[in-house]
Design a protein around this ligand. Structure first.
Ligand code: F6R
Length: 608
C-alpha cells in the first residue's frame, strides 16, 4: 500500500528519498511526494500525481543539498489521487507523511478549526492535530506527536519533521510497518526494509505503540506512555539482486521463473527424504501438542487464502481425525465462529502485514488458540505476533500478483500437516510419497518452466481477446483453478472466475457462449474421468476449452491443450498453476497492461 521513507544524515536527502520511493513502487501508489529541510529549516516540498517520474521532473528544477527529509507514495483512500492530496502534508511548521487510516478524522477535524485544510485526506488531519500541540512551543515535536497519537483511532506509520528543528525526525507506528535503518552518520526510515537495502544491513523494526526520535547518530525509542524501549538491531537479509529484475522484462516473470530456487529455500533443512520425514523448527509445538491437534483453521486473503485451501485439501488426505477449515480473513474477523478446543490456526501472509489477516490473528489469540505464521516477510507484524511460525523464505516478492509465495505457502503448510501426521503416528508408507514428491518438486518446477513457456505464450495470444474466462477443477485442482482465475483477472482485467467442475450444472454452465473461454485443469488421478465428462458438457455447449493436464492424451477435441510432463502425481496441480501464472502473464503482456503494478491494487494491504 502507501510507502514511507525518511533520511537524516550527511548525504543529500533527496537522493535517498527518491531511490527509496522507487523501491516501494511495487506496493502500489497513485501519487508521490517528498519534503526536505535546509540547515536553516527552509522546506522544499515537491509532490506529484501519478508515477515517481512525474515527481522527478519537478525535482530536476528543485535540487537541494538538504540533509533531512521525508517522502511518501500514496494509494488513495480518503480523497482522489491528486497533488493536493499527496503527502507530505503541512500544518504550521511541521510536515507529516502517513500510512494507514485515521478512523476518527472527521471528529478530530471538527476540533481543528484553526487549520486551513488543503486536502481531503485523513492524514492532513493528523498533521494539523500534531501541530495543534506543537504550535506555540508548549510541547517539543516528539511530545506533540505523542499527544496527538493518543487521540487517534486507526492505524498509522508516520514520519514527522519540523522546520524549527531540521536535525531531527519523529516516527511512530500502530498497525502500519516502520523500519529504522541504522547507518554510519545517517539514519534512514522506511515502511519496508527493501528501501534500505544497499544503504545499511542493520535495522530496528518499530513495534505498535512506539515512537522514535531520530537524528543522524541517535535513535531514542519510547512507548506512547513514555516508557523507554531498548531497541533490538536486526540484520536485513535481503540483497540487491533480490530486488532487481535481473535481466527479466518484468518482476512477475522473474518471480515465476525463480520458483525452483525459492521453493528450495522453503525446503532447506526441513525434508529428510531417506527417512521420509519433515522437520519444522519454527512452530515450536511439542510432539504432545501436535498429537492433540483436532482442528486446523487456516486464515488468509486472496492468494494466501487459496494456498491455505489447497494445503487443507492435501493435509486432510493424510492426517487422521482432524477437521480443516480455510477462511477468508476479512470475513472471519467479523464472524461469531466458535473455535473448538485443540485447534491450531495457521496465519498465512506473504507480506505479514495484511490488515484483515492481522486482525484475525489477534482475535484468535484472544481465544487462547495457538497461532502459527506461514509468512514470507521477515520481521513483519504477523511474523512477530504469532506464537510460532514457519518462514517460507522466498525472498522479496515485488510484483503485485503473488506467484512464488503461493507455491511455497502450500508446501510449507503441507509440511506442517506432515509434522502433525508424524506426531500422530501415521504410517510412513502413507506419508513418504508426499515427502518424496516435495523433495523432487523444485526440479520438476524447473522442468515445467523450461518446457512450456513458448507454448503458453502462443496460447495466451489466442485467448487474449476474450473478456470472460471460467477456470475449472476438481479436488486439489479446484483451489488451483481459483488461484489461476485470480491471477488472470488481477493483472489482465479479464473477468475470470473459478468453479468446481461439479458445480457447473448448478448454474455456471449457463454462461458458456462465444464470449467465454474455459481453462480446465485436468490432473490424472481418481477424478480424471469425471473431469473429462464435465469438459465434454462444456464442449457440447460450444465452449472454448483450454485444457491443462499431465495426461498423455485427454482424447477430447478441445481448442487447446497445454501438457505438462512430470513425475509428480500428488502435486501435479501445483505445476499446473505454473501454467496459469505464465498464461496470466502472457495475456497481460499481449494486452499491453502494466504487469507488475495492476491498476487499483497494492502489494501490501495494510488497511481494511
Ligand atoms: C494476489 C495477491 C493478493 C494477496 C493478498 C494477501 O496475487 O497478491 O491476493 O495474496 O492480498 O496478501 P498477503 O499474503 O501479503 O497477506
Amino acid at each position: 500500500m502507501c510507502g514511507v521513507v525518511g533520511y537524516v544524515g550527511d548525504k543529500k536527502a533527496q537522493d535517498f528519498l527518491i531511490s527509496g520511493l522507487k523501491r516501494l513502487e511495487y506496493r502500489g501508489y497513485d501519487s508521490a511526494g517528498i519534503v526536505t529541510l535546509a540547515e536553516d529549516g527552509t522546506p522544499t516540498l515537491l509532490r506529484a500525481q501519478g508515477k515517481i517520474v512525474n515527481l522527478e521532473e519537478k525535482l530536476a528544477k528543485n535540487k537541494r543539498d538538504d540533509k533531512i527529509g521525508i517522502g511518501h507514495t500514496r494509494w488513495a483512500t480518503h480523497g482522489e489521487p491528486s497533488e493536493n492530496n499527496a503527502h507530505p502534508h503541512r500544518a504550521g511548521d511541521i510536515f507529516v507523511v502517513h500510512n494507514g487510516i485515521i478512523e476518527n478524522y472527521k471528529e478530530l477535524k471538527e476540533q481543528l478549526k484553526e487549520h486551513e485544510f488543503k486536502s481531503e485526506t485523513d492524514s492532513e488531519v493528523l498533521a494539523a492535530l500534531i501541530n495543534s500541540f506543537y504550535h506555540g512551543g508548549k510541547y517539543n515535536l516528539a511530545d506533540a506527536v505523542v499527544q496527538a497519537l493518543k487521540l487517534v483511532n486507526g492505524t498509522y506509520g508516520i514520519a514527522v519533521v519540523s522546520t524549527k528543528n531540521p536535525d531531527e525526525m519523529v516516527v511512530a507506528r500502530s498497525g502500519s510497518p516502520l523500519v529504522i535503518g541504522v547507518g554510519n552518520d545517517e539514519t534512514l526510515i522506511a515502511s519496508d526494509a527493501s528501501a534500505l537495502v544497499g544503504h545499511t544491513k542493520r535495522a530496528i523494526y518499530l513495534n505498535d505503540g512506539e515512537v522514535a526520535v531520530i537524528t543522524k547518530d541517535s535513535i531514542e525509542i519510547k512507548t506512547l506512555n513514555a516508557e523507554p524501549v531498548s531497541a533490538k538491531v536486526e540484520e536485513i537479509e535481503t540483497n540487491l539482486a533480490a530486488i532487481q529484475k535481473g535481466g527479466y522484462e518484468h518482476f512477475l516473470l522473474k518471480e515465476i521463473m525463480e520458483q525452483p530456487e525459492s521453493l528450495t529455500e522453503t525446503l532447506r533443512g526441513r525434508v529428510n527424504v531417506e527417512n521420509g520425514t519433515v522437520r519444522l523448527g519454527g512452530p515450536g509445538l511439542t510432539e504432545a501438542e501436535l498429537r492433540k491437534i483436532k482442528h486446523l483453521i487456516i486464515v488468509g486473503c486472496g492468494t494466501a487464502y487459496h494456498a491455505g485451501m489447497l494445503a487443507g485439501y492435501y493435509i486432510e488426505q493424510f492426517t487422521p481425525e482432524i477437521t480443516i477449515e480455510t477462511v477468508i480473513a476479512s470475513e472471519y474477523r467479523y464472524r461469531s465462529a466458535y473455535i473448538p478446543k485443540d485447534s491450531v490456526a495457521l496465519i498465512v501472509s506473504q507480506s505479514g502485514e495484511t490488515a484483515d489477516t492481522l486482525a484475525c490473528l489477534r482475535e484468535i489469540k484472544k481465544q487462547g488458540v495457538k497461532t502459527i505464521g506461514i509468512v514470507n516477510a521477515i520481521g513483519s507484524t504477523i511474523a512477530r505476533e504469532v506464537d510460532g511460525g514457519t518462514y517460507v523464505h522466498v525472498g522479496p516478492e515485488i510484483s503485485v500478483a503473488s506467484t512464488k509465495a503461493f507455491t511455497s505457502q502450500v508446501i510449507a503448510m503441507v509440511m506442517f500437516g506432515l509434522t502433525i501426521a508424524q506426531a500422530k503416528g501415521v504410517k510412513s508408507n502413507i506419508l513418504r510419497p508426499y515427502v518424496e514428491e516435495i523433495a523432487k518438486m523444485p526440479e520438476e518446477i524447473r522442468k515445467v518452466l523450461s518446457s512450456v513457456g513458448d507454448e503458453v505464450k502462443g496460447v495466451a495470444k489466442k485467448y487474449c481477446e476474450y473478456e470472460h474466462a471460467i477456470y475449472l477443477g476438481r479436488d486439489t485442482a479446484y483451489p488451483t483453478a481459483m488461484e489461476g482465475a485470480l491471477k488472470l483477472k488481477e493483472i489482465s482485467y479479464v473477468d475470470a472466475n473459478a468453479y468446481a467442475f461439479g458445480e457447473l450444472k448448478h448454474g455456471p454452465l449457463a454462461l458458456v457462449d462465444d464470449r467465454f473461454f474455459e481453462v480446465a485443469l485436468i490432473p490424472r488421478g481418481h477424478l480424471y474421468e469425471k473431469s473429462l465428462s464435465n469438459v465434454q458438457e462444456v464442449l457440447a455447449r460450444g465452449g472454448h476449452v483450454l485444457a491443462v493436464t499431465n495426461a498423455d492424451d485427454i482424447g477430447l477435441s478441445v481448442d487447446s491443450v497445454v501438457k505438462i510432463t512430470t513425475s509428480l502425481e500428488i502435486f501435479a496441480p501445483i505445476l499446473m498453476n505454473l501454467v496459469s501464472q505464465l498464461f496470466a502473464y502472457y495475456v497481460t503482456v499481449a494486452k499491453g497492461y502494466n504487469v507488475d503494478q495492476p491498476r487499483n491494487l497494492a502489494k501490501s494491504v495494510t488497511v481494511e
